[in-house]
Ligand binder design. Sequence first.
Ligand code: ADP
Length: 643
Amino acid sequence: MSYRSSTRIGANRGYGLMLVALLVVLVPSICLVWFMNRAVQNERAAVRQKLFEAYRGNLALAQDRLETRLRAWVADLEASPATLAPSALFAREVTSGRADAIILLEATGNLLYPGPARVERPPHSEEWTAAETIELTDPARAADAFARLARGDDPTLAARASQAQARCLLHDNRKDAAHAVLADLSQNERFRDITDLQGRLIAANATLMLLESLPGVDSSEGSMLLDRLAGQIDYSNAAMPASQRRFLLREFCKHRPNDPHAALLAAEDLATAFLENSSSHPTRSEPVFRPAQQTDVWQFCSENGLAITLHRSSRLADRLEQWLSPENLPADLSLHVKPPGSEPGKFFASIGAGPVLPGWQLGLSFKEQRPFVAAAGQGVGSYVWIGTLVLVTVGVLAALMLHLVRRQLTLNQLRTDLVANVSHELKTPLSSMRLLVETLLDAETLEGSTAREYLQLISNENQRLSRLIDNFLTFSRIERNKYQFTFQPVEAATVIAAASEAVRERFNVPGCRFEVQPPPPRAEFIGDADAVVTALVNLLDNAWKYSGDDKLISLGAAAQNGSIVFSVRDNGAGIPARDLNRIFKRFYQVDRRLSRSGSGCGLGLSIVQFVMQAHKGKVEVESQPGTGSLFKLSVPATKSHEG
Ligand code: ADP
């Protein structure tokens, strides 16, 4: 079937075209998006550069200020050891927030703070040795012996003996007596700076023992003891060794975790961890911030090499930022200090933080991103607009091109189909006529009636040829948009008369009954009478072609619901339901063999539909295979009497 094969070829071409159109749109679109992206990046970089130029001065100022502040801090640090106890200096730097911990060294390089406890040799009095000997076997007597020693004048001996006495009393299960001794040790000013044999302050240890003997610390006594312990931890008391202070701080913070002492405990822990982690004894180094062995910890050695401060990265950054109190800085900007390796953040301009902080960065950012976005956005916006415009234009042009090319292809296809069909369909009537003419010419004598009969047949073939050519021409005009309608008021009766007249002679043969039902009087519509007649004649032709030997064909017109409905009914072959929608497509034929016998090339119904569309009307078909078909053409009526 020529119709179907050409459809498939057309579909394949359609897909190919779509692919080309897609590529035509896609390739430049991708390139454009890439260019736009690069342009946007360049625009942002340019804006960044401009902003950097504008604020370079502020950054340089901040760098100077940072340098000055650091120098002042180092000078302060170096001036301090002479006036302050090392532990007090430790506490001052930590509580002021200038360092997270500090290691203090002697000029000889030995550890000053947090240093080891000073262990003292035990006393060797005979009485002491005797009391010690019986401590495990006879704690009661040992307690008495130590009590006697505690009454001596030497406060060190007295404190240590009292401590031993309390221990023996506890061993002997005399808790109250032991507590009384511990209470005296804990608060007696005389014993304030006395250390035990391991160098630990006896008074503070006694306070802790009293605290531990309580069932809980929520009582007023517990609270009082905790306050006292806090006082004894006091960093100005140089007598307390760092290890004991750290231990007491930990115990204290168990009960008061939110106390400011927690920061000191963290500092002691940091300093101890630093000393434990250091592969060698801390020594003097360049006065610059360098990473310590612990992760995220920085160390800084003062110029005189007597103090090494320790800083956690984030806290150091915060601290340095506080020092950069940004004068002359626009209110919408903020200045930041970032350690090496950290995210560059949203800086639009940055410089190194100076030689003391190698690798650190000073950066400026907007408090809100908006100004930067707005500055960059101005340029970016125009790129986006231009890009979108180009994309839309490319898309529209591609769609237009696709449309035009498809149209051209369809026309070419139609032309090919038309030529093929025309030549094929013209052959049949021409061959018939040639045969008839040759028969006439070959006859030796021509009888009048036979000659008339042959001439009648030739005339029929001629008419058939004319109808075919008419249809081809009409179709060709339609396809080239050259078909001209002349609309004017038309009476339905005129159309019915013209259509029936056109076929009457042909239908007036034995085996064909042709009925015409006249339309109601004064049924009128606006239309092209010739075109509607052509449509009806096409339907009548089909009724003739697709009916058998006993034909019953009727033509009629009626006024219904504001329309004039022309109808052509036959009792022919009928049309299968699945073909009812397709028969209006050009070149479509349900059964080519059947069509061949009657001649036709699948254009008749497409012409009928075209005529109806031009009249804002419609074509309907009802058909039963084997029973017959009814075609109805409806056009809007101007005047009608329903009937
Ligand atoms: P054709 O020139 O082949 O008649 P048409 O467009 O007029 O082309 O009709 C398309 C097809 O519809 C025909 O080939 C035929 O198969 C079917 N058809 C049209 N009218 C009738 C009818 N009255 N009875 C049966 N089949 C019909």
